[in-house]
Ligand binder design. Structure first.
Ligand code: ADP
Length: 429
């Protein structure tokens, strides 16, 4: 780009004023001549300034006015700047229209809003699914349109790691999943998906498992009764007696499997825990300890409990018992004779800390991530010996989600394992 330099400016002045100076001195009329020249110069500048002002403020034409000398330079500069702005604006408009087209093509409702809540933009699905009106709702606070207290709390908490499920604000039969993510500077992007059919299918599966387990209970109880009678009637060490023992073992296994399935579907189905109930965890752990010590004695192993007596929780006794008992019994079951198991229940900076450590079999790293999946067992035959179904840790995982907590597993094959979790402060009684 050509730059109009001081040198050029001075040259232009010299070319105009030097001949005038010479003529003025020669004819002895320097003052009059310079005055006339200055006046003409000022008029010339005012003429172009007016031209520029008219073009900037009055004319709608995009064609620049013609200029001379430094004015030509200034006009070209303005023209170039305008071109650059136009190009940048077109590019930006292109990006926005691409973003809008993309958002319209999504099968989800999309809303962009400011951190403080004012809606900036929404796609067409947001108008169908959330009942937004566009452009009337532009600038409206999102919490005035989605008034559900859980949604307001979700935005306030500013923690968007987990999505939020809510009934639709315009159709109570629909379940919507709300996901919020930080977007651009001080903005939020809300994506809303209709998950009614997923949730219904999930509920159907849970109901089915709960019903089947419940229906299996009665025939199993009848079977157990007859097996007990058979046990009394068969001669010791006879072929029938061995068969009855196997029958007894297998029905007991089936009973425990049915119990675990029922516990799991009950925990999965519970919407949230009742925080009005106090759970005396130390008393609960003392019960588990008595059972665990009896189990441990059979295997000649040391079972140690370190319990903080005043650390009580709010919530559901059945769920907490399932969590703690499953972890303690697993440690005993998967630790060979002469091993040791230590259970700790104490307060920590984050809340209540529960930990079970053993020096038993340990678990290979590739299995650790899958342990909480339903029916996952590392060694099927070993688990069968211990009466394991592969549901225990799945129950633990689900129950802990009700307490905003998660199970942590550290283990080294052949050396032992550590299963632990922390229940946050707000669940402490
Ligand atoms: P199971 O009813 O088979 O014990 P779980 O869900 O409780 O099912 O455990 C899943 C698998 O995790 C078990 O089959 C076992 O292989 C492994 N496991 C659980 N706890 C321990 C432990 N303390 N030490 C070693 N392996 C364990």
């Amino acid at each position: 780009m050509k730059i109009y330099s001081w040198k050029q400016l001075i040259w232009a002045l010299v070319i105009v004023y030097l001949p005038l100076l010479i003529i003025g001195i020669l004819f002895n009329c320097l003052t009059e001549l310079l005055l006339a020249a200055f006046s003409a110069h000022i008029i010339w500048h005012y003429y172009y300034l007016k031209k520029l002002n008219d073009w900037l403020w009055l004319s709608k034409s995009t064609v620049l006015p013609q200029g001379r000398s430094e004015w030509e330079h200034a006009f070209t500069g303005i023209h170039n700047m305008q071109q650059r702005h136009r190009k940048r604006r077109n590019k930006l408009a292109d990006v926005i229209s691409r973003f809008r087209e993309g958002s319209e093509a999504l099968p989800d409702a999309v809303v962009v809003f400011r951190k403080e809540g004012q809606i900036i933009w929404c796609n067409r699905l947001a108008q169908f699914q959330l009942g937004f009106k566009w452009p009337e709702d532009s600038g409206e606070n999102i919490t005035n349109l989605i008034r559900h207290p859980d949604f307001v709390g979700y935005l306030k908490a500013d923690n968007f790691h987990e999505p939020l499920d809510l009934t639709s604000p315009i159709n109570p039969d629909k379940i919507l999943e709300f996901r919020v993510m930080p977007y651009a500077k001080h903005q939020r992007l809300l994506i809303v998906r209709d998950v009614t059919s997923y949730r219904q299918m999930d509920e159907m599966r849970r109901q089915f498992v709960a019903n089947v387990s419940h229906e299996l209970r009665t025939p199993l109880t009848v079977l157990q009764g007859y097996i007990e009678i058979l046990e009394m009637q068969t001669e010791e060490n006879s072929y029938q007696s061995k068969a009855v023992t196997v029958l007894d073992q297998q029905t007991t296994r089936m009973c425990s499997l049915v119990e675990q399935l029922m516990t799991l579907s009950k925990i999965e189905g519970a919407p949230s825990i009742d925080l009005d109930q106090h759970v005396d965890v130390p008393a609960l752990l003392t019960q588990i300890k008595n059972e665990a010590v009896a189990l441990g004695d059979k295997k000649v192993m040391s079972v140690e409990f370190e319990i903080q007596d005043d650390l009580l929780l709010l919530g559901d006794q059945m769920q907490l018992r399932s969590v703690m008992a499953n972890l303690v019994y697993n440690a005993i079951n998967y630790t060979p004779a002469k091993g040791s198991v230590k259970v700790v229940w104490r307060s920590s900076a984050q809340g209540a800390y529960f930990c079970v450590t053993d020096n038993g079999d340990g678990i290979a790293p590739e299995h650790i991530l899958h342990l909480t999946e339903r029916f996952y067992r590392v060694d099927t035959s070993r688990s069968r010996d211990t009466g394991g179904s592969g549901l225990g840790l799945s129950i633990v995982k689900h129950a802990l989600t009700h307490y905003d907590s998660e199970l942590n597993i550290e283990s080294t094959l052949g050396e032992g394992s550590r299963f632990f979790f922390v229940i946050p402060q707000n669940y402490l009684a």
